[in-house]
Design a protein around this ligand. Structure first.
Ligand SMILES: [Zn+2]
Length: 328
């Protein structure tokens, strides 16, 4: 887990606990001021527990305190709940307040070995998704990649309908995200015209990987070019970072400007180094593989379109946004 995000979460959980306590105190004050009967029962319960603790180990049982302590406390609790109900308040109005019953808003469960609570893990993933630009993309999941919206007619001479092609693409992407890091292919390219769901599938892969606890870096091709330019001319080490992240996703390759002595050189270094290190890269592009090789040269094309270590997933059909499919 990333330390900067954990620090933020720690502060948020501390604020949450402070808010819990504030609510508890406000409720206790309300009872003190407005409901003397309930206040009296609370006092009785406190006295009972205190007197039993005082006589612990002496063998003496205080008069009127016969019977087991838990039973007597529970009898008072029952009375308190009844009185709260009569007062029109919830039965658990005086119970400890927290949003997560598992960790009581500490973010951790278990003693003596503490483990992150499921609520903390979920909050962490949410934060990470926001940080890498998937915020608002909660809908971009494999489950939401609805095939029903995609035309199922087969044109003459075609083996597959657009829906078939989309289903095959989705299944490849989902399998890839589920089998990482033991993937057959380290480099995945989603190729096809705009509006066929490439970015959607890429975000669904990122989301699945994040849910599985891996960190993913997603950038646009334009951001990649800016990073490369800075590394070449301003001595910035951003390109090294891109080369070293375990999972890199680059959206919309082919849409960025072709900068002389930058675009091709940087892309070659990036792809080649990442492949040599066995790191996973996912690319989306509007270009088909012929256009891709023409634009980025044979030596890059042969690394992307190579059945030995790379998989090219080709999407075909009509723009789903125009067809009312509503995806990028
Ligand atoms: Zn929790």
């Amino acid at each position: 887990m990333r330390e900067d995000l954990l620090n933020e979460l720690e502060a948020e959980y501390a604020a949450r606990r402070a808010e819990d306590e504030r609510i508890e105190e406000a409720r206790a004050a309300e009872i003190r001021e407005k409901f003397p009967v309930i206040q009296q029962l609370k006092q009785q319960r406190q006295d009972l527990v205190r007197s039993r603790i005082m006589t612990l180990g002496t063998g003496k049982v205080p008069a009127g305190n016969e019977g087991s302590l838990p039973e007597q406390v529970e009898a008072l609790n029952r009375k308190i709940r009844e009185e709260l109900k009569k007062a029109g308040l919830p039965e658990d109005y005086l119970a400890p307040v927290y949003q997560c019953a598992l960790c009581k808003d500490t973010g951790y469960t278990g003693t003596p070995v503490k483990e992150p609570c499921s609520c903390l893990k979920a909050a962490y993933q949410q934060k990470l998704a926001e940080r890498i630009g998937l915020a608002g993309g909660e809908t971009e999941t494999f489950e939401n990649f609805s095939l029903e919206m995609i035309p199922d007619e087969r044109e003459e001479g075609q083996r597959f309908s657009q829906r078939d092609i989309s289903r095959i693409a989705r299944n490849h992407c989902e399998k890839w995200a589920d089998s990482y890091p033991n993937n057959e292919y380290h480099t995945i390219t989603l190729s096809g015209e705009s509006g066929l769901g490439k970015t959607f599938l890429m975000h669904a892969m990122a989301r699945r990987l994040i849910e599985r606890g891996f960190s993913v870096l997603t950038i646009s091709a334009y951001q990649f070019l800016q990073t490369a330019r800075k590394s070449f001319f301003e001595n910035d080490n951003g390109l090294d970072e891109l080369i070293n992240v375990p999972i890199l996703m680059m959206d919309d390759l082919g849409s960025e400007p072709l900068m002389k002595n930058v675009t091709i050189e940087a892309l070659y270094v990036l792809i080649n180094e990442r492949q040599n290190r066995g790191l996973s890269t996912v690319i989306s592009t509007n270009l088909d593989m012929n256009e891709f090789t023409k634009r980025y040269t044979e030596r890059i094309g042969s690394r992307i379109d190579n059945p030995r270590h790379s998989l090219v997933i080709v999407l075909k059909g009509k723009d789903l946004r125009k067809a009312g499919g509503g995806r990028k």
